[in-house]
Design a protein around this ligand. Structure first.
Ligand code: SF4
Ligand code: SF4
Length: 162
């Protein structure tokens, strides 16, 4: 079954759900702590039927945090010096993190493919984090991410049924 969510309506849909998701967290903190395995299978099932190439919301709107290791990897892929990668593409944000100078990401192609896919930053590879250990620790952050990511939206909806 393909993901039938209309990615463009996601912000409105998530705004309607936010209170319910947060209430669930308040009532089920202990239960959530023991639910990683079930949440990870939801993540697998939903990710498999979601076409990120039809979406690319994360590459358009969220600025991934970029590490020095990421810069080195990108520099090799782009055949640039690390200093040139930083000058051309990156800036330091208000939290002192390295992020892309602007979004949408400079490496997002018109077809929604990533130009540096094999060498993309770790934060890009790990997004949307719904398969990470101790998911309950990022439940609140995921409620925010559900405004832009259909996978997160569906995982949160799925959790309410577990
Ligand atoms: S926002 Fe979520 S569904 Fe959309 S491209 Fe990113 S990871 Fe895929
Ligand atoms: S580097 Fe690639 S995966 Fe990461 S935000 Fe840019 S286009 Fe998306």
């Amino acid at each position: 079954m393909q993901n039938k969510l209309n990615y463009k309506d996601l912000t409105l849909m998530a705004a309607k759900k936010e209170n319910g998701w947060l209430k669930y967290l308040n009532r089920n903190k202990k239960k959530l702590e023991a639910m990683d395995l079930k949440i990870h299978s939801l993540h697998e099932e939903i990710s498999e039927r979601t076409d990120c190439l039809q979406c690319a919301n994360c590459c358009r709107t969220l600025g991934p945090r970029i590490t020095q290791k990421d810069v080195e990897k990108m520099a090799r892929a782009l055949r640039l010096k690390t200093g040139d990668v930083i000058t051309r593409y990156l800036r330091i944000d208000e939290d002192d993190d390295m992020v892309f100078r602007e979004m949408p990401c400079p490496f997002l192609g018109p077809d929604n493919y990533c130009d540096i896919y094999e060498s993309r930053p770790k934060a890009c590879r790990e997004y949307p984090h719904t398969d990470r250990k101790k998911f309950f620790q990022i439940y609140k952050l995921s409620v925010k991410n559900a405004y832009t990511c259909p996978i997160v939206y569906e995982v949160l909806e799925g959790i309410q049924e577990l």
